[in-house]
Design a protein around this ligand. Structure first.
Ligand code: CDP
Length: 243
């Protein structure tokens, strides 16, 4: 009988972090990637970039074919950050840096409609898989452990209540010196979760082999330490067989 060998000292190479809106995936994922010397790749930015482009070009958001064609024809580049202004990645489209545009409230409000289109997901999936399969990567999103990289060595599902997540998003906006309404943010977070978890293709859910981390009563440092500890105790299978 063939049996998989384990290299006890190896750190997981492909790390998937999924979870609902504003659960802290980006903050934790970036810190983890930096600590391990891995690439951080935030897949949400790709959906946000398509949404921003569709809004810019005044494409009707119900025009699934038009938005799918956009996703198929415009390459979205998500790269390591070129500036220390709080960003975790650069988002470049046709040579233009649209990193902060992807965070605008109008994008928040409409991105889930666009990310539910199967053709849009299909167009972005190949690029996400290609980057993920190179390894030494922390990839975050909604469907990384279930669809994009089901072979990931470590899968984390980062969760928190909608109220806690809305509070964090509110604090983030206030810290940037902008104004925000907590109740409005909460309503939008709940609505985005609803659309993300009920869509037909690649809905938001924890993979069966994901480790669920409930971050409700933990600060960012505690979540980071917990996930780092999981990296140390999860071993990557050696890619060979013993007969
Ligand atoms: O930062 P936040 O958690 O609020 O959102 P995000 O990760 O930037 O993702 C924005 C939206 O893109 C999500 O609400 C999903 O609709 C979509 N998304 C997705 O469908 N699949 C992914 N792998 C990542 C994001």
């Amino acid at each position: 009988m063939a049996e998989i060998l384990f290299n006890k000292n190896s750190t997981p190479s492909i790390i998937a972090i999924d979870g609902p809106a504003a659960s802290g995936k980006s903050t934790i994922g970036k810190r983890l990637a930096d600590a391990l010397g891995y690439l951080f790749f935030d897949t949400g930015l790709m959906y946000r970039a398509i949404t921003w482009l569709a809004l810019q070009r005044a494409i009707d958001l119900q025009d699934e074919a038009g938005i799918t064609a956009l996703a198929e024809s415009v390459p979205i580049d998500v790269r390591p950050p070129s500036q220390a202004d709080g960003r975790a990645c650069d988002v470049i489209v046709e040579g233009v840096d649209i990193t902060w545009e992807t965070r605008r409230p109008e994008v928040d409000a409409t991105v889930s409609v666009i990310s539910a289109y199967p053709g849009v997901r299909q167009a972005l999936l190949a690029q996400q898989r290609r980057i993920g399969q190179r390894g030494q990567v922390v990839m975050v999103g909604r469907d990384i452990g279930t669809v994009v990289l089901p072979e990931a060595d470590l899968k984390i599902y980062l969760d928190a209540t909608a109220e806690e997540r809305a509070r964090r998003r509110y604090d983030e906006i206030i810290a940037r010196g902008e104004s925000a309404d907590y109740n409005e943010i909460l309503t939008k977070v709940i609505e985005r979760d609803r659309i993300d978890s009920t869509r037909d293709v690649a809905p938001l859910k924890a993979a069966e082999d994901a480790i669920v981390v409930d971050s409700d009563k933990l600060n960012a440092e505690e979540v980071f330490q917990q996930i780092l500890a999981l990296c140390k105790t999860t071993h990557r299978p050696f890619m060979g067989f013993m007969s």
